[in-house]
Design a protein. Structure first.
Length: 482
C-alpha cells in the first residue's frame, strides 16, 4: 500500500505539472497566431501604401504630360488610377485601434490627396481652356509639387512605422517559437522523469513490469523524435513561406516600376515621332531657302541652321533607338555604338551641369551578346547616377572606358564624385535602397541594371580598386568574330 501511495502522489504531481505546461503551451500558440495575423496585416498595409505611391506618381506624370502637350491621350492613365485612391486609403485605414497616430496620418494623407486632385483638376481645366500661361504654369506646377512632396513624406512615414511594427511582430513570433521549443522540451523531460521514476519503482515490483516500462520508454523516445522532426519541418516551412512572400512583394514592386518605365518609353516614342515629322518639313524649307539664296552670308546662316536641324534629327533618332524593344536577348551588340548613342542622347543633360565626359574605347573591341536597348538602359542609369554624384564638384568629370581582358569585354563608368561610403557598399544593389533625398531617387536604378546585365551572363559590380570617386564595372563575354 505504501508503494501504491507514493506512486499515486508522484503521478498526481506529474499530472499537475503536465497540465500546467499544456496550458502554457496553448497560451503561447494563441499569442503566436495573433502575432502572425498582425504581421500579415502589416505586410498588406505596406503593400497598399507602396501601390498608392505608385498610382500617385502615374497620375502626376499623366497630368504633367497633358499640361505640357495638351494631348488628351495623356489623361488616360490619370483617369484610370484617379478612382483607385479612395480604395487604397480605405485599405490603409484597416489599422488596429490602438494605433491612432497611423490613423491620423492616413486622414492627413487622404486630405492631401484630395487637395492634389483638386489642383490637378483645376490645372487640366485651365489647360483645356488655354488659360495656363507659362509664368502661371510654373506657379501651379510648383503648388502641385509641394503637395506631392508632403504626400511622399506621409507615405514614407506610414511605411516606416508599419515596417517597424512588422519587425516587432516578427520578433514576437520568433520569441514565441522559442518558448514553444522550451515548453515541448520541458514536457518531454517531465514525461521522461515520470517514466524513469516508474521504472525504478516497478523494478522492485517485478521483472515483468520492468520489461513493460522499458518498452514504454522506447516508444516515448520514438514519439519525441518524431515530434522534434515535425517541429523542425514546421519551422523550415514557415521560413520558406516568409521568404516566398517577400520575393512576391519585391516582384510586384519591380513589375510596377517596369510598367511605369514602359509607359514613359511609349510617351517618349510618341513625342519623338511627332517631332520627327515637322522637323523634316523644316529641313526641306531651309534647304529650299538655301538653294534660292544668293547672298553668301545668308547661305552660310542657312547652312548653320541645317547643321543644327541635323543635330536635332540625330537626337530624335537616338531616342527612338533607346526606347525600341528588342525581340530577343540572344543578339550581338556593338558596345562602341551603344556608348556613342547614349553619349549623344545625354549630351545636353551633361552640358547643363558642365560635366566633362571622356570616352576611351580599345581598338577592335569585340561584340558582346546583349540586347542593345538593355545595354543602353544600363549606361543611362549609370551615367545619370554619376551626374548626380559629381553635381557639387568644381570640375565634374565622368569617364567611360571599354577594354578587353581574357576573352571578356570590360566596361567601366567612373566619376570624380564623393564615392560610396563603406557602410553603403553592401546595399547599393538592393531594390529601393537610395541615398538621394525623398522624391529624387527610386532606389531601383542599380538593381534593375544588375538584373539586365546578369540576364545575358554578365556581371555588374562596384570596382573596389579605385580610390577617388565611384567606378561601376561591367563584364561581358566577348563574341567571336567568326
Amino acid at each position: 500500500m505504501a508503494l501504491i501511495s507514493r506512486l499515486t502522489i508522484w503521478f498526481g504531481l506529474m499530472l499537475v505539472a503536465v497540465i500546467t505546461v499544456l496550458v502554457l503551451l496553448i497560451s503561447v500558440l494563441q499569442q503566436t497566431t495573433a502575432a502572425d495575423d498582425l504581421r500579415s496585416r502589416t505586410e498588406s498595409l505596406i503593400l497598399a501604401a507602396s501601390q498608392l505611391q505608385a498610382n500617385l506618381v502615374d497620375a502626376e506624370t499623366a497630368q504633367r504630360g497633358f499640361i505640357l502637350t495638351g494631348d488628351e491621350s495623356f489623361l488616360e492613365p490619370y483617369l484610370k488610377v484617379k478612382d483607385s485612391f479612395d480604395v487604397r486609403i480605405n485599405e490603409l485605414r484597416q489599422i488596429p485601434k490602438h494605433n491612432p497616430a497611423q490613423l491620423e496620418r492616413v486622414n492627413r494623407l487622404s486630405f492631401l490627396i484630395n487637395e492634389k486632385l483638386r489642383v490637378n483638376t483645376a490645372n487640366i481645366d485651365l489647360r483645356r481652356r488655354q488659360q495656363l500661361e507659362t509664368p502661371f504654369l510654373a506657379t501651379r506646377l510648383g503648388e502641385g509639387k509641394r503637395i506631392m512632396d508632403e504626400i511622399r513624406i506621409e507615405i514614407y512615414e506610414y511605411i516606416r512605422i508599419e515596417e517597424q511594427l512588422l519587425a516587432e511582430r516578427k520578433g514576437v513570433v520568433s520569441r514565441n517559437i522559442k518558448w514553444l521549443m522550451v515548453l515541448i522540451f520541458g514536457l518531454s523531460i517531465l514525461a521522461l522523469a515520470s517514466a524513469a521514476f516508474a521504472t525504478l519503482v516497478i523494478l522492485r515490483d517485478s521483472r515483468r513490469r520492468i520489461s513493460i516500462e522499458l518498452n514504454a520508454r522506447a516508444v516515448l523516445q520514438e514519439k519525441n523524435s518524431e515530434l522534434e522532426l515535425m517541429t523542425n519541418k514546421l519551422i523550415e516551412d514557415e521560413a520558406l513561406i516568409r521568404e516566398q512572400q517577400q520575393q512576391a512583394l519585391e516582384s510586384r514592386e519591380r513589375m510596377i516600376q517596369i510598367e511605369k518605365l514602359t509607359s514613359i518609353g511609349t510617351m517618349v516614342g510618341g513625342v519623338a515621332h511627332e517631332i520627327n515629322n515637322p522637323l523634316m518639313g523644316v529641313m526641306n524649307y531651309v534647304e529650299y531657302a538655301k538653294d534660292k539664296a544668293i547672298d553668301p552670308k545668308s547661305i552660310e546662316v542657312l547652312k548653320s541652321a541645317l547643321q543644327e536641324i541635323e543635330r536635332i534629327k540625330k537626337i530624335v533618332q537616338n531616342m527612338l533607338v533607346f526606347i525600341r524593344t528588342d525581340n530577343t536577348k540572344q543578339v550581338t551588340c556593338n558596345v562602341q555604338d551603344a556608348i556613342k548613342q547614349v553619349s549623344s542622347l545625354l549630351q545636353g543633360e551633361l552640358s547643363r551641369g558642365n560635366v566633362e565626359l571622356e570616352v576611351k574605347i580599345d581598338a577592335n573591341l569585340p561584340m558582346i551578346r546583349c540586347a542593345a536597348s538593355s545595354l543602353q538602359q544600363v549606361l543611362v542609369n549609370l551615367l545619370l547616377n554619376a551626374r548626380d554624384a559629381v553635381d557639387k564638384q568644381s570640375k565634374p568629370q565622368i569617364r567611360i572606358v571599354a577594354s578587353t581582358s581574357n576573352m571578356h569585354v570590360v566596361l567601366r563608368v567612373c566619376d570624380n564624385g564623393g564615392g560610396v561610403p563603406e557602410e553603403y557598399r553592401a546595399r547599393i544593389f538592393e531594390p529601393f535602397f537610395t541615398t538621394k533625398p525623398v522624391g529624387k531617387g527610386t532606389g531601383l536604378g542599380l538593381s534593375v541594371s544588375r538584373e539586365l546585365v546578369e540576364q545575358v551572363g554578365g556581371t555588374l559590380e562596384l570596382d573596389q580598386g579605385t580610390s577617388d570617386g565611384c567606378c561601376m564595372k561591367m563584364t561581358f563575354k566577348a563574341v567571336s568574330n567568326s
